[in-house]
Design a protein around this ligand. Structure first.
Ligand SMILES: [Zn+2]
Length: 434
């Protein structure tokens, strides 16, 4: 593909004066894909042009002559880079079996191959160890890693730390969040087993002081702190309830099998609902009837960690395919992995393809066939379609390319290696190597 450019390059090299004075307008042009951009209300066949890490143009009939590199993605889906709102990626020094330790995964191993360019670590670190997390993982990852601070100062360093009521300090947590705006994008409370409201109350104090949302994994189901009170009284509109289809905390009405009154009234108040399917937080016996009754997710996330990645969750495109198997449309699923999670964490610069936006994109294919999707109790729903990541672009450069869409044929004339860095992170054949 793109012989035109490379033949042109070879001719140019012979007949200097060389490149440079009149670079094409675009570094990279994706032609003929079905562009789904929820924020801008686009669902149509469009071309997307990128220049210097930003979206330069979206339209019909953009000219390959204006681009250094053109890739035909006809029949594929082009979306903003996917955002996984709930992952665990702090492979730190927590106790054995903790999410600030060996239960976390390295982000780059799981993101680009699924079209994901941004992940949000959901509370592995708290104010005491966030900067270690930042130094160890955030600053060294190719993936854009954002974080929700755990309301527990020690984060998810181990079970006994996470239950320590004396280490839940809203003001100190807010102070650390305010030191890292745009990186710390939320507050998390999770796994709490006691009857007290302390973890939720302190998380809301932190979120209010820092001006960021709170995500709740509501821990043990305790009569002293019912889900109804959490969603209708304690949380603020714009806060996030994750593990929405777990069934562990009365999310389902036992009579209608649809959402419980707490969930319905919470949504009416403006609480966001997130899948966070994880290792033990997603049941078909909830998801099927709740989706059928219209209670769909606001965001599709994985709760990625060492257990969920090999069990029912697997990866975000598998979770999206699951939700499509029980009633979500493709545009709904895409919105739930792009603009909707960006909106939940108030990151307006992410999750859309507006001109001037960061050029994070996913190119997906929708494969047809026989697929099986499982849940936390290993029951199955059969499906006929599955999303697969073909190519991932971060900050305007290709970082993943499943089938070598942008690669030259092995025996094609080499290109000008000086320009390659403008659209790809991969090595290219050069004249010298030929
Ligand atoms: Zn989690």
């Amino acid at each position: 593909m793109d012989r035109r450019f490379f033949l042109g390059a070879a001719a140019g090299a012979l007949s200097a004066p060389a490149w440079g004075q009149a670079l094409p307008r675009f570094d990279l042009l994706l032609k003929n894909g079905r562009v789904i951009d929820a924020r801008n209300g686009v669902d149509a066949v469009r071309d997307v042009a990128i220049r210097e890490g930003r979206i330069a143009a979206v339209g019909a009939g953009l000219a390959p002559a204006d681009a250094i590199k053109t890739i035909d993605v006809k029949g594929m889906i082009v979306t903003p880079g996917l955002i996984d709102l709930h992952v665990h990626v702090y492979t730190g020094t927590g106790e054995r079996g903790s999410y600030a330790g060996d239960l976390s995964v390295a982000p780059d191993g799981f993101t680009f191959r699924n079209g994901v360019t941004t992940v949000v670590d959901a509370g592995c670190s708290g104010w005491r160890n966030f900067e270690d997390f930042k130094d160890r993982i955030i600053d060294r990852s190719k993936t854009r890693v954002l974080a929700m601070l755990n309301i527990v100062g020690a984060g998810m360093r181990g079970g006994r730390y996470e239950q320590n009521l004396f280490d839940m300090e809203g003001a100190k947590t807010a102070a650390m969040a305010k030191r890292w705006p745009g990186v710390v994008v939320g507050i998390k409370t999770a796994h709490f087993g006691g009857p007290e409201w302390t973890s939720v109350d302190q998380a809301v104090i932190a979120g209010s002081q820092a001006g960021i949302p709170v995500m709740v994994d509501f821990g043990a189901d305790r009569p002293e702190r019912p889900l109804y009170d959490l969603l209708t009284k304690k949380l603020r509109p714009g806060d996030i309830y994750t593990h929405m289809y777990s069934g562990l905390r009365r999310e389902q009405d036992p009579v209608t099998m649809g959402p419980s009154r707490a969930m319905i009234e919470g949504r009416e108040r403006g609480i966001w609902f997130d899948t966070g399917t994880g290792g033990g937080s997603f049941k078909w016996s909830l998801a099927v009837p709740m989706v059928k009754q219209g209670f769909k997710p606001d965001s599709i996330s994985t709760d990625l960690h060492v257990d969920s990645m090999n069990s029912a969750t697997k990866d975000i495109l598998n979770v999206a395919s699951k939700m499509m198997a029980i009633g979500l449309t493709l545009p709904e699923a895409v919105a739930d992995m792009t603009w909707h999670p960006a909106r939940e964490i108030k990151q307006d610069g992410l999750g859309h393809l507006s001109v001037g936006a960061i050029a994070d994109l996913a190119v997906l294919s929708l494969q047809k066939g026989r697929f099986g999707f499982t849940d936390m109790v290993n029951t199955r729903v059969d499906g006929t379609q599955k999303l697969v990541a073909e190519m991932t672009i971060k900050d305007g450069r290709i970082v993943y390319d499943l089938n070598g869409l942008e690669a030259l044929a092995w025996d094609a004339p080499p290109g000008d290696a000086r320009l390659d860095g403008r659209w790809t992170t991969f090595a290219r054949p050069t004249s010298e190597a030929h």
